[in-house]
Every structure is written in C-alpha cells, then in structure tokens.
Design a protein around this ligand. Structure first.
Ligand SMILES: Cc1ncc(COP(=O)(O)O)c(C=O)c1O
Length: 379
C-alpha cells in the first residue's frame, strides 16, 4: 500500500507539537463530562459491563441510535466499524474488483484515493479552488466508463470544507442512478455546516445505492471511541462488508459501544456545544487572517472544522510550515500532504483546524512567528 502521508506526518508531530493547529476533529471530552451531559452517574456506566465479544454488526441499541440519525434507515441498514477508516477500507475492498473503475473527488482524505488505487483504475475529478471548491457534475459524467462501479465523494470535504449545492448533489445522484453506480459519501463532517440549510441529505437516505460513512470522531468529537459506521439501503452490500469485517476488527469495543449510545442520546447537546465552539474559533481565525491580507487568502469553509487557505508569502508553503513547527511549535499541514496521483493539486495551500479549545494561544504563537520573520516572509 502507498504511504498514508497525513498519518506519517502526524506520527512525528501530532502528540509533540506545542500548538496543534490542524486537528481534524472537534474538542473531545472525558467520560465524566459525557456522563454529566447525559445526567448518568459515571460509576454506573461500566460497573456491570460484560467484556465479551460484541456483535460484528454493532450492538442492537447502538445501531438503533445511529439509524435514528437518518430519515429512512432501520437498524438493519447500519453496519458498525472501528472508526470511519475501517469502513472506507472494507467498502472499497468488498465493492471493487481489479476490473472496476472508480471516480474520486480531489482533494480528499487520502484513503479515499489510495485504497481504490491499490485495487483498480481510478479517475480524479477536481474541486475547483477558483470557484469555491465547486465540483462540476459534468466532470463526473465525462469520467464515467462502461466499467465504472462507484463514485466516491466527501462532503463536507476534507481539507477544503466545501459542501456541494443541493441541486448539484441531486444531479449527481440522478447520474449515479442512470448508470447504476454506487455513491459513497464520506459524511463524517456532516452536522458541522456553518449554514445549516446547506446540509446535504445523507446518501443512504437519498439513493438506493448510496453508502453513507459516519463516525463519532468528528462532529461529535469522540475519536477515541473508534466507532464508525456505514448506512445503506443495500443490505446485500452491507452483508458482504460484515463478512469482510470478520477479517478486520471482528467487532467493536464493548465500552466504546456503551459510550457511543450515551453520546447519541445527548446528540443535540453535543452538536450545539461543538457548533458554538466552531463559531467562536472561526471568528478568531477571521481576525487573524484579516491582519495578514498579503500573506494569506482565507475563505470560510461551508462545513467541518478545517480550512485550506492559500499561502501567499515568500518561499513555498512546505518550507513555511516546516519553519513554523520547528521554530514556534505551531502544527499545520502543508499542501504536499494532499498531493494526488490523479491530477495536479494546489501547491500553495495549508490545512488549519478550528475545532479545538484554546486556538487563540496557537494563533498568538503563529502571530509572533509571522512578526518575527516579517522581512523574509512577506512579499
Ligand atoms: C474525511 C475523513 N474521513 C475519514 C476519516 C477517518 O476517521 P476515523 O479517524 O474516525 O477513522 C477522517 C479522519 O481524519 C476524515 O477526515
């Protein structure tokens, strides 16, 4: 398998950087805080918990709670995984053969491209940086071949934060239906749209061959649970995925399943807490970027908790990000992490996150770095 660039970069810096300013998740919480939100005494949560194997599909009450977050899903339409990543891996390995062809949006979370590339032919379709990272559905239409099996999208997108307009999404679904294609939508950032009216229908609800990837990691801020899922009306496909999961994690962690059920019972409270934090952090980012108009181009993402601004200073963004982490302990992800094998990707961008508490401290360190290096960085 190709190297997972982002994870490799993070293996060096994620837990050592003084200011992690490129996190892809929202601020997490302790078990105590989660139980507090749910009004459950913490001591009761695990006392009688059985530590045997759990069901490969996921605990029935967890699948019920997840299904309730969709319009048309029942528990049998939900298959749980160890995080979203296992879901991406299993879906691509099961649905694709070496004779198939896949269409993937670029830029994207690297696994969306790397896993299918290890299996079959893949065509990339670009999100246009000069048009609000818009995906042109005609590009997908033109990429379709007789052996195309699946279209893989990710909205809200990592790293751009783009969300397709609803009418484009409806056109994409109609196109997939016309050609009998699976539509895999990585929806892990759903419910973090800045303008809630832009929130897309979930692929599993909207399309009989839609696969919705969901997880507790991002919008809920609970990545340590490693609870993800795929929802679909296509229960035959889910059954094949379940068979494949027997070779992967087999089943989810029992304590994590309990905690995920608790989190989903207080879903609205958690999402409200997280959206409030994002709004506050975005305002801080707006102030920051407004102070350096010649150094950066900043565009609000449509959704999620990361953005992909343009670096306009001297030198390239790779050297800039390296100097920033080494001199000031401020971690960003340079454009090379989002390089694609399928097409040119913007080389002057970096990923910045705004989901964590305390980003002001990181922004202060970022400012100090910029002010100290003003002469060598500014154009
Ligand atoms: C778009 C996207 N999909 C999937 C994943 C994997 O999620 P998890 O860590 O929960 O497996 C990530 C993680 O960053 C992501 O950003």
């Amino acid at each position: 398998m190709r190297n997972f660039e982002l994870e490799t970069y993070f293996s060096k810096w994620e837990f050592t950087a003084k200011h992690h300013m490129t996190a892809s998740d929202v601020q997490s919480m302790s078990i105590g805080a989660l139980c507090g939100l749910a009004g459950i005494p913490e001591a009761n949560v695990f006392k009688d918990l059985w530590l045997g194997y759990t069901e490969t599909w996921g605990a029935p009450d967890l699948r019920t709670a997840i299904a309730a977050t969709y319009d048309r899903m029942a528990p049998e339409n939900i298959l749980c995984f160890a995080g979203a990543e296992e879901g991406v891996y299993a879906a691509m390995r099961v649905l694709l053969t070496r004779d198939d062809h896949v269409i993937v949006v670029v830029p994207n979370y690297q696994a969306a491209e790397t896993i299918p590339l290890d299996i079959c032919d893949v065509t990339g379709v670009p999100l246009d940086p000069d048009n609000g990272w818009r995906l042109d559905v005609d590009d997908i239409r033109q990429a379709i071949r007789p052996n195309t099996k699946l279209v893989s999208v990710n909205f809200p997108n990592n790293p751009t934060g783009a969300v397709m307009p609803k009418e484009d999404y409806a056109e994409l679904i109609a196109l997939c239906r016309e050609h009998g294609l699976y539509l895999f939508n990585d929806e892990v950032y759903r419910m973090l749209e800045l303008d809630e009216t832009k929130c897309l229908p979930q692929a599993a609800d909207a399309y009989e061959k839609g696969l919705s990837l969901g997880v507790m990691s991002k919008a809920y801020g609970l990545p340590g649970l490693r609870i993800g899922w795929i929802a679909s009306q296509d229960t035959d496909a889910l059954l094949k995925l379940e068979r494949y999961k027997h070779y992967l994690s087999i089943c989810n962690s029992a304590p994590s399943e309990r905690l995920a059920v608790i989190a989903l019972t207080v879903r609205d409270k958690i999402l409200e807490r997280n959206r409030t934090l994002l709004r506050r952090n975005l305002a801080a980012l707006d102030r920051f970027f407004a102070d350096y108009p010649s150094m950066f181009n900043w565009r609000h993402p449509d959704g999620g908790c990361i953005g992909f601004p343009r670096y306009r200073g001297q030198g390239d963004v790779e050297a800039f990000c390296t100097a920033l982490i080494e001199e000031s302990g401020v971690l960003l992800l340079p454009a090379s992490i989002y390089r694609s094998e399928l097409m040119e990707t913007p080389a002057d961008r970096f990923r910045i996150g705004f989901g964590r508490e305390g980003i002001e401290v990181g922004l202060d360190a970022f400012r100090e770095f910029l002010d100290r290096n003003h002469n060598t960085l500014s154009v």
